[in-house]
Design a protein around this ligand. Structure first.
Ligand SMILES: *Cc1c(COP(=O)(O)O)cnc(C)c1O
Length: 482
């Protein structure tokens, strides 16, 4: 049975605990390089936080033994304050190693930008630009011109508009075209993406009324037809980006919906989600509708993200009939969700790469990772395994086939063959090793499967095998004596 540390004893520890002022003095007295030149207010705040944490630990101590381990003097606590100051001064957003094999990893920042996009972004960040200025005429211009022509040339669309993200594109499209009116959506396509993009909620926000038709697994053209009233404005087709309905299913094609919409003077809008330009099925991946195929099939408006399969910066791209796109551009909401100049610069540079599809597969990291050659992956895995065996000999290391996921609501459920390095650590669980990699100075994010840590080499960058091997060396040697 656990013996409760007496309140009297806890009181004694609390009395002994350094005051905030004494602690601040001790920190400055210790004269570590760490606090010199740091605002006193920050040292004070960190000191308060440390004292508060210790007070809590005293109150929560369950027995004398744990109480005894608690430090209370100013000199003992000073190093903790320095650590806290350092923590508060270090950037919150930092690099991690994506060893998950999920290429468009929503939690790890989705797509990495091609080199050309980074250069464009830097130029736009550090120089004045013609963002909204017509140089020839010497008058005010629109930021949309930089992308509109490019997008139209690439996709054959009549017009284009670029916004902050795809959620904004869908919201603006519904607000501008269906506020106070009805929008028909199949029950099989009432998507939720990434926990916060939920179609029914976006619909409510836009002021449009959602009319659900069909069932989860089967929706027929007749279902749409019967739901049309004089109040209908839009038929919306949403790409089921992060799930597939399999088994006995029926969906209506864009072509069929396009003729139904035209017959009744409605707008057919397709939320493509990922929106790819390159037909990935030519590279061993499952077929996804391309932006072009959706437009050619007759969609009046198409929306998709800039940072999913397109491989550019965060952005929401709207393509479609000129008068529909124009109406969106003029809507007051457009100003609130417009694209910023840095993303615009990066997106323009990314899109230009697509004029040469072979270059796109090489230069756009998302596409390169998704279509990486099996032999390249295998030799990368073998190279990593060899490094690890050398630097962390206590690990059981194997090279194994596995499957990667595209992620980010792209190519749902598609199993993409890959090569991995699997790790087992004698006397330690896989969760423990995974956690230590995650808490490494450069966090390494890996998976656990069958009691092994799995490193998928598909998403590793050039310098990352070395980072992983060194981390594993540190982790396994630091614990050797435990
Ligand atoms: C990802 C996705 C969205 C949201 O796009 P963001 O660019 O993240 O705002 C909307 N619809 C579909 C179908 C998606 O896959």
């Amino acid at each position: 049975m656990e013996r409760d540390a007496g309140t009297g004893e806890k009181g004694e520890y609390l009395r002994r605990l350094s005051s905030v002022n004494d602690l601040i003095q001790a920190v400055y007295r210790s004269r570590k390089a760490g606090v010199r030149g740091i605002p006193r207010e920050l040292v004070a705040e960190a000191s308060r936080a440390v004292i508060q944490g210790i007070r809590q630990a005293i109150l929560e101590a369950r027995d004398e033994l744990s109480l005894k381990e608690i430090k209370t003097s100013a000199d003992e606590l000073a190093p903790l304050v320095e650590e806290e100051v350092k923590r508060r001064l270090s950037p919150s957003l930092r690099r991690v190693v994506n060893a998950t094999g999920v290429v468009v990893h929503t939690n790890l920042g989705r797509s990495l930008l091609p080199r050309a996009a980074v250069e464009a972004l830097e130029m736009a960040a550090t120089r004045y630009t013609n963002l909204e200025f017509e140089v020839e005429e010497g008058r005010r211009g629109s930021r949309q011109v930089h992308l509109r022509r490019l997008l139209c040339e690439l996709t054959g669309a009549e017009s284009a508009l670029v916004l902050n993200n795809n959620a904004a594109a869908v919201l603006l499209a519904l607000t501008a075209h269906a506020q106070g009116r009805e929008v028909i959506v199949s029950r099989g396509e009432l998507i939720e993406i990434g926990g916060s993009f939920r179609l029914p909620e976006i619909m409510a926000q836009s002021g449009a009324r959602l009319v659900e038709v069909g069932t989860t697994n089967k929706t027929y053209l007749e279902d749409y037809r019967r739901a049309i009233t004089e109040n209908t404005a839009v038929i919306l087709k949403a790409h089921t980006s992060n799930y597939r309905i399999v088994g006995f299913t029926a969906q209506v094609t864009v072509e069929e919906l396009a003729s139904l919409a035209a017959e009744h003077g409605l707008i057919l809008m397709e939320d493509l989600g990922s929106g790819t330009y390159v037909d990935l099925s030519e590279h061993g991946l499952p077929w996804e509708p391309t932006v072009k195929s959706s437009l050619e099939a007759g969609a009046d408006l198409v929306t998709f993200s800039g940072d999913k399969l397109l491989g550019g910066p965060q952005a929401g791209i709207v393509l479609g009939r000129a008068e529909l796109v124009e109406k969106m551009a003029r809507h007051p909401l457009a100003r609130a969700v417009r694209i910023d100049k840095l993303s615009l610069a990066a997106l323009e540079a990314t899109l230009r790469i697509y004029f040469d599809p072979a270059a796109a597969l090489q230069e756009i990291p998302t596409l390169r990772m998704l279509t990486e050659d099996q032999e390249v992956l295998r030799s990368r895995a073998e190279g990593l395994a060899a490094r690890i065996r050398e630097i962390a000999p206590s690990l059981a290391v194997e090279v194994a086939r596995d499957v990667s996921r595209a992620g980010g609501g792209s190519l749902p459920q598609a199993d993409i063959p890959t090569w991995t390095v699997t790790l087992r650590w004698k006397g330690h669980g896989a969760e423990e090793l995974e956690g230590r990699l995650r808490r490494h100075s450069i966090p390494i994010i890996a998976r656990v499967k069958n009691d092994r840590v799995i490193i998928d080499v598909r998403t590793l960058l050039e310098d990352e095998p070395a980072i992983i091997a060194e981390a594993l060396g540190d982790i396994t040697s630091a614990t050797r004596g435990e």
